[in-house]
Design a protein. Structure first.
Length: 253
């Protein structure tokens, strides 16, 4: 049986390593800096931070104990703790950079979290985040939600329900949080699939809002949704790849 971390890795997590590398590069991190990953999940961004600045200078937090355990196993030497973005643990001093990847839309209080992350920075430190372009640029989720909307126009499409998913919204959130020199941009990555079954199986495990919607459907509707997604992906008979675009925001304390 797949663990929560394994199921996540086969869903949006398969984009994690490439997205993390792009995110850290855009954040401008350098060797010797001290960095915090807020909402680390099973540790893709934490691992990239440790590669760049060193595990001993990398901290991370997540509210999920299974994800914290997976991150600790993935990044030995990093200080990984259970905690929330709004009330992070005390890691014993300010950070040069605080990063949050694919987390903002799942927080109970995003403005409060931005304020807390800013307080964790040294003066002049960098706060960054990235979120999927749910409305257009994340092909895996768009194929799923467009198929779901085809069957039910009231389906909870993340392109409609996610609050923080455009450059303007991210810029406003960072500016309202007191960050200076705020800039936004895009990060584009891709991921490979062995075939359609490799694409579809994580949805059947209830991963994320898309998976939760999938498993909530009666068996017949779920089968129709599977067929709709298959058509929207061009009825792939073998391996294929999909592109995912994320919006990025950066500001200084």
């Amino acid at each position: 049986m797949f663990s929560a971390a394994d199921a996540y890795a086969r869903h949006v997590g398969r984009y994690g390593a490439a997205l993390s590398a792009a995110h850290v590069a855009a954040a401008g991190l350098r060797t010797g800096q001290r960095a915090l990953d807020v909402g680390c999940g099973p540790g893709a961004l934490t691992a990239e931070l440790a590669r760049v600045v060193g595990a001993e200078r990398t901290c991370a937090l997540d509210p999920s104990e299974p994800f914290v355990e997976a991150c600790r196993a993935r990044v030995p030497g990093a200080d990984v703790r259970v905690g929330t973005a709004e009330e992070p643990p005390d890691f014993g001093g300010p950070f040069d950079a605080v990063l949050s990847q694919l987390v903002l839309n799942f927080l109970a209080d995003a403005p409060g979290a931005v304020a807390a992350m800013r307080r964790a920075l040294r003066p002049g430190g960098t706060l960054t985040a990235c979120v999927w372009d749910y409305a257009e640029g994340m092909e895996m989720l768009r194929a799923f939600w467009d198929g779901a909307l085809e069957l039910d126009p009231s389906a909870p499409d993340e392109g409609r329900t996610m609050r923080w998913c455009s450059p303007d919204e991210l810029h406003g959130l960072w500016s309202a949080g007191g960050l200076r020199d705020v800039t936004t941009g895009r990060l584009e990555v891709d991921a490979a699939y062995d075939g359609f079954a490799d694409f579809w199986e994580p949805f059947e495990r209830g991963v994320g809002p898309s998976g939760a919607h999938c498993v909530s459907l009666p068996a017949g509707d779920r089968a129709r949704l599977r067929e709709a997604c298959f058509r929207r992906l061009g009825e792939p008979a073998g391996p294929f790849a999909l592109t995912a675009r994320a919006w990025f925001v950066r500001g200084s304390a």
